[in-house]
Write a protein that binds this ligand. Structure first.
Ligand SMILES: *[C@@H]1O[C@H](CO)[C@@H](O)[C@H](O)[C@H]1NC(C)=O
Ligand SMILES: *[C@@H]1O[C@H](CO)[C@@H](O)[C@H](O)[C@H]1NC(C)=O
Ligand SMILES: *[C@@H]1O[C@H](CO)[C@@H](O)[C@H](O)[C@H]1NC(C)=O
Ligand SMILES: *[C@@H]1O[C@H](CO)[C@@H](O)[C@H](O)[C@H]1NC(C)=O
Ligand SMILES: *[C@@H]1O[C@H](CO)[C@@H](O)[C@H](O)[C@H]1NC(C)=O
Length: 392
């Protein structure tokens, strides 16, 4: 434990000394779209996941294509684990205990994860670890906005890899960098028809970002809380398994819910393993909300309300009624740029400008997604944040 604390402190200090050099904020960006220049690493490619296949076979094509990147990613996680607990003991533990956990996960997730292990040749316990990982370390920005014609637009930056090894030379987060090649767009089909679409990491069966075309759009952000993810996950390991993994819930909502209202009710009422924010957009005026969740229930739902002048809702990783941590205020710059844009001018293009402004864009930002429900559109872009840039 002492070692962990020390390493985290050392990482923080090295980050602080190299990075706390203004300006890490900037004027709201404009004319960033179509994506180009140094903040744009590349487009995201599309793959199909056929829900008519048995769960163990659904991911084979994708995993075969992404095998090398997935192996590299898992190796990076192992290297980090070895840095914390030398001698390979931690991974030994993962290889021995986590395969048992795969059997405790509900289906289709259990079989899908086993299928990914088979297709990649990566030990099952390590694939389980990779799938738990995101439940614990994701910091993000999500926005749902309504334009002056009643169209709902949903954008998000996925920021991942906080505290997971700072590369001093490259001024980058080791895990965030390794994740970028794993970002994929997925088209989930049944009877050869799209059921929902998502931007995801190859090898991960939960959902953090997705759209059910013409019905709703959904993103999830982590909510840090004292009654955090660890307790629920520990309970799961110890056999108390009545809560749901958060990103399994979002996946199942995208797959099974058939309206904004149904999605909202499921997201607000299902018992979870850890707190979370769900950001949901619908297909009609006024349908956009942030659901702030504790493990047990919905604490608060903030909705778009045009009568109050609230034409968008924006969530980072702090309860909207509280001040964000002063070291990590992405909310104020994000809202400032949304306010400058105005409801009249909000489009996918101007939403991308907001999500390209530092520190909404930061060293953890892996991808930016833009969704327009009325057109069933989801587009994603891999991001970079050239120096000077906030580490988170
Ligand atoms: C630094 O980043 C570049 C490109 O992002 C990568 O090719 C290189 O391996 C990285 N260096 C280290 C030491 O990780
Ligand atoms: C599935 O749909 C695509 C285009 O939507 C079509 O080209 C293809 O033939 C269809 N496949 C089957 C098996 O129906
Ligand atoms: C919006 O969603 C509802 C519920 O799923 C659906 O009945 C309706 O057709 C959708 N409206 C549009 C304009 O797509
Ligand atoms: C943005 O506008 C809203 C609504 O008028 C206001 O409450 C908020 O303080 C503004 N935020 C910033 C950062 O300008
Ligand atoms: C909105 O867009 C129009 C046309 O591109 C532009 O002239 C105007 O300045 C924009 N308004 C704001 C507040 O950015």
């Amino acid at each position: 434990m002492a070692r962990c604390v020390c390493l985290v402190l050392a990482a923080l200090l090295s980050v602080a000394s190299t990075q706390f050099i203004p300006p890490y904020t900037e004027d709201c960006r404009a004319e960033m779209y179509p994506p180009n220049g140094p903040t744009f690493r590349g487009a995201v490619s599309w793959y199909t996941v056929d829900l008519d296949l048995p769960p163990s076979k659904r991911w084979t094509a994708l995993i075969t294509a992404k095998k090398t990147d997935l192996v590299n990613m898992i190796q990076a996680i192992k290297d980090l684990a070895d840095a914390f607990v030398p001698s390979g003991r931690l991974i030994e533990l993962v290889d021995i205990t986590l395969p048992l956990m795969a059997d405790t996960l509900p289906n289709p997730f259990s079989d899908e994860i086993k299928g990914i292990a088979t297709a990649s040749g990566i030990p099952l316990g390590e694939v389980v670890l990779f799938n738990i990982f995101y439940e614990v370390f994701t910091v993000c920005t999500s926005i749902v906005a309504e334009d002056d014609k009643g169209n709902l637009i949903h954008g998000r930056n996925l920021d991942f890899g906080l505290f997971m090894g700072w590369d001093v030379k490259n001024k980058s987060w080791i895990i965030s960098e390794k994740l970028k090649p794993l970002v994929v767009n997925l088209d989930f089909k049944r009877n050869n028809q799209t059921v929902f679409k998502s931007t995801n990491f190859a090898g991960y069966v939960g959902m953090l970002t997705g759209i059910k075309p013409h019905m709703f759009t959904l993103t999830m952000n982590e909510r840090f809380s004292l009654d955090g993810g660890y307790i629920g996950i520990l309970e799961w390991i110890l056999g108390k398994r009545d809560g749901m993994w958060m990103s399994f819930l979002t996946r199942s909502v995208l797959e099974n819910a058939n309206s904004y209202e149904e999605a909202k009710a499921l997201l607000a009422q299902t018992k979870l393993l850890a707190p979370a924010y769900f950001i949901l957009g619908g297909n009609r005026t006024g349908q956009g909300c942030i659901i702030t969740r504790s493990r047990l229930l919905s604490i608060d739902i903030l909705e778009i309300d045009l009568k109050l002048g609230r034409w968008y809702v924006l969530e980072t990783n702090y309860d909207h009624w509280k001040e964000p941590l002063f070291l990590d205020d992405r909310r104020t710059p994000g809202m400032k740029c949304m306010n400058q844009t105005t409801q009249k001018n909000i489009t996918l293009k101007t939403m991308y400008d907001v999500l390209s402004t530092k520190p909404v864009l930061n060293k953890l930002t892996t991808y930016t997604t833009l969704m327009q429900v009325s057109e069933g559109k989801l587009e994603s872009y891999i991001r970079d944040c050239p120096n000077p840039c906030m580490p988170w």
